[in-house]
Ligand binder design. Structure first.
Ligand SMILES: C[S@@+](CC[C@H](N)C(=O)[O-])C[C@H]1O[C@@H](n2cnc3c(N)ncnc32)[C@H](O)[C@@H]1O
Length: 233
């Protein structure tokens, strides 16, 4: 698994520094209303990934890197009073926004934490989702192992990324944002899922419909990469 970054990868900056850079970027985005921009910009692909989890009433759900918490509110609706919908994000401003927008929902919880650190019980979740997050984590392989540990046997993880090797237009993003990102191919994502104990049940590029009056871009030609894994018993 040489192209999947792991804890032993020495090429990147120390983990705490990497988290601090990412935190600064997304605290600023939250302040400038870009969390809601992501909610609408990611919504098409996020909804498809979320639906692949096939959550039912009473299930426990987790969003890793939840931003303003929009999928946690979707899950809150689906899992009902017996279930639980949880979001983790390392940006305090994103978590503050998520809590404001979710006020009054009794089955919702948000944690400010830098995944894979978290206060959550292992084996508790029927569905875990993550949209546009995992490539920021310095140790991709370790994060996937932790996600597998958090899932119940048969539970699903739906992961959507726009920064991946086959999406050439995304390759400038680390320089554009000034943060390190791990560039994985579709095959490397599949391999990393399998290595973590998640059987890949689907991998697809989700191409967005063209909005009226707009020119097609990478969202229409290449699309967001969705990988869905199921925890082996
Ligand atoms: C591009 S945004 C996507 C937010 C949300 N998933 C969405 O679709 O709008 C990436 C999010 O991941 C969070 N993030 C990055 N690294 C993280 C980590 N190690 N643990 C938890 N959250 C992280 C950021 O703070 C940010 O809110």
């Amino acid at each position: 698994m040489s192209d999947v970054p792991s804890a032993s990868n020495g090429d990147r900056e120390p983990v705490q520094d990497a988290h601090a850079r990412v935190r600064d970027v997304f605290d600023d985005w939250a302040d400038r209303g870009r969390a809601e921009g992501m909610e609408s910009g990611h919504g098409f692909a996020a909804r498809q990934g979320f639906d692949r989890l096939e959550l039912t009433t009473g299930a426990h759900y987790l969003d890793v890197g939840c931003g303003n918490g929009y999928t946690v509110r979707w899950a809150s609706d689906v899992v009902g009073a017996e279930g639980r919908a949880v979001g983790i994000d390392l940006s305090p401003n994103m978590i503050e926004r998520a809590r404001e927008l979710s006020a009054g929902l009794p089955n919702v919880q948000f944690h400010e934490a830098a995944f894979p650190e978290h206060p959550l019980p292992r084996g508790a979740f029927a569905g875990i989702f993550s949209m546009e997050v995992l490539y920021y984590l310095p140790d991709t392989a370790g994060a996937l192992h932790e996600i597998a540990r958090l899932l119940q046997p048969g539970g699903r993880f739906a992961c959507v990324v726009d920064y991946y090797r086959e999406n050439e237009e995304s390759h400038t993003w680390p320089d554009d944002l000034g943060v390190a990102m791990n560039l994985l191919s579709m095959a490397a994502w599949r391999g990393a899922f399998e290595e973590a104990g998640l059987t890949v049940i689907e991998q697809t590029c989700l191409q967005y419909p063209l909005e009226e009056g707009k020119e097609p871009g990478w969202k229409q030609t290449q699309g967001s990469l969705l990988t869905v894994g199921e925890k082996r018993a």
